[in-house]
Design a protein. Structure first.
Length: 200
């Protein structure tokens, strides 16, 4: 029996295709336990107008490892990255290091490109919010293509999002990080799908 009250869930699904577009691996949506502190920092900043700067509550590290005091901005949580953009949006990496609440970036992120160990990031897409019964949800996904000349073994995935820090500058915060296990052949691709669900 599910406990009373509202649940907020983040789900992750993965699909790998070969160079001919055939699906060679698929992991259906699984519940994540992967929100890191950056998510709540960004959420709190929107509620309060700015984040609390005094230790032990702050500041929070952006994806470059720089301490930031976040503030309210007009486009919080933005992660609709275009093709080739890697400063925000869904990202993948190759590290197997366990997830920690203090993680602020992927441990070994895959760079954009077609060189050794690199992948080409396509534009991130979203579905409109849908309501079915007591569940309200939406999805975001990104296709990332391997034209590096060799197989790439992916072991982590994340969402980077755009935020503001005091007084008016922009930066990027990691919202979540998940361990995965997907090998993407040369010429193939991985589709990473995150689903947010609120269950009344």
């Amino acid at each position: 029996m599910r406990r009373a009250g509202m649940d907020v869930e983040l789900g992750l699904a993965l699909k790998v295709t070969d160079k001919d577009g055939r699906v060679i691996s698929r992991q259906g949506r699984r519940k994540c336990h992967s929100f890191v502190q950056g998510w709540n920092w960004a959420l709190s900043a929107q509620f309060l107008g700015q984040s609390q700067p005094s230790p032990p509550n702050g500041p929070v590290k952006d994806t470059s490892g720089v301490n930031r005091n976040l503030r309210t901005c007009g486009n919080p949580f933005r992660c609709n990255a275009g093709a080739g953009a890697t400063s925000y949006g869904i990202r993948v990496g190759t590290s197997t290091q366990a997830v920690s609440i203090s993680d602020y970036a992927l441990i070994a992120p895959v760079a954009e490109g077609t060189g050794s160990g690199q992948m080409e990031h396509q534009a991130q897409t979203f579905t409109w919010i849908g309501v079915v019964g007591n569940i309200c949800s939406f999805k975001t996904e990104r296709v990332i293509v391997n034209n590096s000349g060799a197989q790439i073994n992916l072991r982590e995935a994340a969402i980077y999002m755009s935020v503001f820090y005091y007084p008016t500058a922009g930066t990027y915060i990691m919202a979540c990080r998940d361990l995965i296990s997907q090998n993407v052949p040369n010429g193939g691709s991985i589709t990473v799908t995150y689903t947010w669900r609120i269950i009344a």
